[in-house]
Design a protein around this ligand. Structure first.
Ligand code: MLT
Length: 421
């Protein structure tokens, strides 16, 4: 049972006498000739591999990290605990968790020279471009952590990345705002430290509601891994050449940037803002989507894997109301998003196509309420996804069967031609 159809559904294929034996077509031939995904990394489909990190059943809407249901982790765990779980395969003991957290909190500082690195970008620079560049640049400051086959170096690169990405993200924001960079405060928790570096100012104390910290921490958990999506398979692909962890993750950040992947959370908020500016007529917007008028798309709906409600979207939807209540703000965009969901899910067009809200549909409303500008939304996705990328990269590097990724090409160009005499 390892056949997948082109939509990711399972096919009841078995390696049997009938498929493999004398007179049988041969399972590998069958798979390659019919275009099914195979388990050979880099062959037919670059995302194809065996992995023990995340389980998704798109029909039932199930998502588990290392066997634990995501809803349970979102409710009971913390982002650093989930990061440890994803990277190491097991939940940490209290001692392991505090050692992991201390190691990360002790490495949040960036080299002083990074100041001029950030200052070198125009203030209009997209924070995803700044973040991926800065992550790649970490390799230049930590040359003794680049060997993918030295476990101690990988361990340290893991801690450095986990520690420094929030600092990088905060400084990308500060640079765009023209505000001074704040040193990290290692006495603060992971999320609180990030919020302070982002929104704090050198003068005056910065306080953030613990409820808000908890919700952002939970959003990071929900984004922490999602098996072989575009960015994760990119991280694995780049790493399969034995490139170091920083360059592989930097490539993943670039893959995440696109509006069809992590960039969708920015696109959803821009869509909601446009509907609002046009008078908030949700029914007419939905009609335009159905009639494909003016290239209008319902962003944040539908998923390549889920034929059911994305379990992450259900958790985020609940959290959105809670964040707005905690902060005491109201946002007409939340009502618009809820109306859009209601109208779309009552419509056969969306029901038949099994188009449900995905993780990106409500997150933008939360991020906006927390004060993040729209172009920073995808950076928040990247902070959340980091432990998943690291776990997948490590799994790939440690698998002796890993070969360099090389997608198969079917040549469809001209037959042999000769240069005119
Ligand atoms: C993700 O979380 O990576 C997105 O839902 C995209 C995907 O899974 O392909």
């Amino acid at each position: 049972d390892f056949g997948l159809d082109h939509k990711g559904g399972r096919l009841p294929l078995e390696v049997t006498e009938a498929t493999e034996g004398p007179g049988g077509l041969g399972i590998s031939k069958l798979l390659s000739e019919t275009g099914y995904v195979t388990l050979d990394p880099g062959f037919v489909n670059t995302a194809s591999c065996a992995s023990a990190v995340t389980y998704i059943d798109g029909d039932a809407g199930i998502l588990r990290y290392r066997g634990y249901p995501i809803e349970e982790l979102a409710e009971k765990s913390s982002f650093l605990e989930v990061s440890y779980l994803l990277i190491n395969g097991e939940l940490p003991t209290p001692e392991q968790l505090s050692a992991f957290s201390e190691q990360i909190q002790g490495e949040t500082l960036l080299h002083e020279r990074f100041r001029s690195f950030f200052a070198g970008f125009p203030s209009s620079a997209h924070p995803m471009a700044v973040s991926s560049s800065a992550v790649n640049a970490l390799a230049t400051y930590h040359p003794d952590t680049l060997d993918p086959f030295d476990p101690a170096q990988v361990e340290r690169a893991t801690a450095l990345l986990m520690a420094k990405l929030p600092t990088i993200a905060a400084y990308a924001y500060k640079t765009a705002q023209g505000q001074p960079l704040l040193y990290p405060d290692s006495s603060l928790g992971y999320v609180e430290n990030f919020m302070r570096m982002t929104f704090g100012l050198p003068t005056g104390a910065y306080e953030v509601d613990p409820e808000v910290v908890k919700i952002l921490d939970m959003l990071f958990i929900l984004h922490a891994d999602h098996e072989q999506n575009c960015s994760t398979s990119t991280v694995r692909m780049v790493g399969s050449s034995n490139a170091n962890l920083y360059s592989s993750v930097s490539a993943g950040i670039n893959a995440l940037w696109g509006p069809l992947h992590g960039g969708a959370n920015q696109a959803v908020l821009e869509m909601l803002e446009k509907i609002h500016a046009d008078g908030g007529d949700v029914a007419s917007f939905v009609n335009k989507v159905k009639n494909k008028e003016d290239g209008v798309k319902l962003m944040g709906f539908g998923h390549r894997v889920y034929r059911n409600y994305d379990p992450r979207a259900a958790v985020v939807k609940k959290a959105t109301r809670k964040v707005l209540d905690t902060l005491g703000v109201s946002d007409p965009l939340l009502d618009l998003a809820m109306q859009l969901e209601e109208v779309a899910l009552a419509d056969d067009y969306f029901v038949q196509r099994k188009l449900y809200p995905n993780v990106d549909f409500y997150t933008g409303v939360i991020y906006k309420a927390l004060g993040f500008p729209v172009n920073a939304f995808t950076v928040l996705f990247a902070i959340g996804r980091l432990p998943g990328w690291i776990a997948q990269w490590r799994e790939m590097i440690n698998d002796p069967a890993t070969k360099i990724g090389r997608p198969r090409q079917v040549y469809v160009g001209s037959p042999e031609r000769h240069y005119p005499a």
